[in-house]
Write a protein that binds this ligand. Structure first.
Ligand SMILES: Nc1ncnc2c1ncn2[C@@H]1O[C@H](COP(=O)(O)OP(=O)(O)OP(=O)(O)O)[C@@H](O)[C@H]1O
Ligand SMILES: [Mg+2]
Length: 253
């Protein structure tokens, strides 16, 4: 689904923003991308959507060779990948509905069909009631939901979320992560760049760690085992609870 082979990205004469990065992300995975500020998280995400080219190495996304992809095919790639940018990029002079509608207008989808689709997505992310408001009238969490809605308009295979809980309190951050998990359950691959250690350590997900552009951690195998183990112990707990629960007959006595 996503494959990077020895990817290096250097800006000008500075040190590499990414260095010799090789990794594989399977369809349907939920991945946290962590690392200190400046470690290359946003650069990694921008390479996947062909906002720029790597200095060397190869990148494949959904069987598309990102380096060789002709510019004319970039819009096709962007439909497969929904992006929630670090700075959201919502337009202040358009309502929430109009903001989410914009990508569909750009591909000339019929207005009625487009509005129907956007309304369904706004319902899904929980901000339907705010559809006619302007971005300035929404809270940080609601704006984040609007940006997620816009990323979902083409039913993408992959969602990239760059620090989606950055300016939010803990409760709202969890709500956003839960929303991304729900989207992931429907089969969409989710990659979330974050500094939120509480959330990362509370969830048994794959964590890819970057430091100064290098891959310094990837707990893929460990996580798979831990996830299986936790599922098993959940099952066990339920059976034990069932056993402990007195039957209705006994309750009546
Ligand atoms: N367009 C650019 N021109 C020059 N240098 C850049 C450019 N974009 C990123 N860099 C540099 O590349 C490195 C990685 O930046 P990047 O934005 O990917 O980090 P990050 O992990 O997303 O950080 P943060 O957690 O603060 O968002 C940094 O040293 C940054 O200064
Ligand atoms: Mg960043």
């Amino acid at each position: 689904m996503i494959r990077l082979d020895s990817v290096t990205k250097t800006f000008g004469t500075g040190p590499s923003a990414l260095e010799d990065l090789t990794l594989f992300i399977d369809k349907g995975e939920f991945v946290f991308l962590v690392g200190p500020s400046g470690s290359g998280k946003t650069t990694f995400l921008r390479l996947l959507i062909r906002e720029m080219l790597p200095t060397s190495g190869s990148i494949y996304v959904s069987d598309l060779d990102i380096v060789k992809l002709p510019t004319s095919k970039v819009p096709h790639l962007r439909k497969k990948i929904g992006v929630v940018f670090q700075d959201l990029k919502l337009l202040a002079d358009r309502t929430i509905l109009e903001n989410v509608l914009l990508p569909l207008e750009m591909v000339n989808m019929g207005h009625k069909e487009a509005v129907g689709r956007v309304e369904n997505i706004l319902e899904q992310v929980g901000i339907y009631d705010h559809k006619d408001k302007f971005p300035i009238q929404l809270s940080g969490g609601e704006l984040q939901r609007a940006a997620i809605a816009r990323a979902l308009v083409f039913s993408p295979d992959i969602i990239l979320a760059d620090e989606p809980t950055g300016n939010l309190d803990m409760t709202t951050s969890w709500e956003i992560v839960k929303l991304l998990q729900e989207i992931n359950k429907d089969g969409t691959t989710v990659i979330m760049a974050t500094h939120n250690n509480d959330i990362v350590s509370s969830l048994l997900k794959r964590v890819i760690t970057l430091e100064k552009g290098k891959l310094v951690g990837d707990n893929k195998k460990i996580t798979k085992k831990a996830e299986e183990k936790s599922e098993k112990s959940e099952d066990k707990k339920e059976t034990e609870e069932e056993k402990e629960k007195p039957s209705e007959e006994e309750n009546k006595k």
